[in-house]
Design a protein around this ligand. Sequence first.
Ligand code: NDP
Length: 254
Amino acid sequence: MSEASFYQLLLWSWIALAVITMFTLSFFLTAPYGRFIREGWGPRIDSRLGWVAMELPSLLVFVWCYAAAGRPLGEVDTLFLLMWGGHYLHRSLIYPFLLRGGPRQMTLSPLLLGVLFNVGNAYLNGRFLFHFGPARGASWVLDPRFLVGALVFFAGMGINQSADRALRNLRKPGETGYKIPRGGLFERVSCPNYLGESLEWLGWATATWSLSGAAFAFWTIANLYPRARAYHRWYQAQFPDYPSNRKAVVPFVF
Ligand code: NDP
């Protein structure tokens, strides 16, 4: 089988798997990490190490796709590398070391699934952008799809990182419990970090105008929106004074 045929097969299987995942996470399963960690899902490792091991492959595979490009690369390709690289550099090598709550653990099974997902996802996105997809000339940066997509991507990144920071700061050094997050978008939704993450990849899909980018955005929603609903219900059950006007992840909607 040629790599082009393999790529197409993987892409469509990927999309089908995202639909199955959304269904499963919506109705049958909450991934066993963070506040939902529980017995029966295999051995555990240090959560910081887990984050690095899970997210670094995304960066490495994407950089490999850039280095192994099947055509001469231009400025726009480098911009895409910087957008992806900026996100994953932060997620794999900075975010894990900012976490609070003492030595936390991560279950190996979701971690391994995360590694598989990240390798496949980075391959699909990187290989499309730098090999199978059309070369995007410098004029692409003035195309409304790029402009709107990049704006949404960076707005999502800002929302994601500032919400993650606010969650981190809920715990003083040494504390391990959970509190009600307040202020900013937390007044509207329980999980603005997940809202920001989904905006990032919706923006990415638009800026790259690719099916692989759209599949990533769909995967992110399939994974995080059911989890946000589970967090929202958990907050309501844990805190009798939890604000009743909040939604789970999309203000006023869901
Ligand atoms: P969570 O919101 O579950 O946790 C983030 C951190 O904040 C954890 O250290 C958590 O502690 C702590 N925390 C959360 N809520 C509270 C609270 N109420 N009080 C005190 N501390 C709290 O995020 P995730 O771990 O699921 O995700 C982390 C980042 O990774 C997010 O930016 C997310 O968007 C991204 N991500 C992206 C995915 C994708 O599909 N693209 C998939 C998964 C994550 P503890 O660990 O003890 O619960």
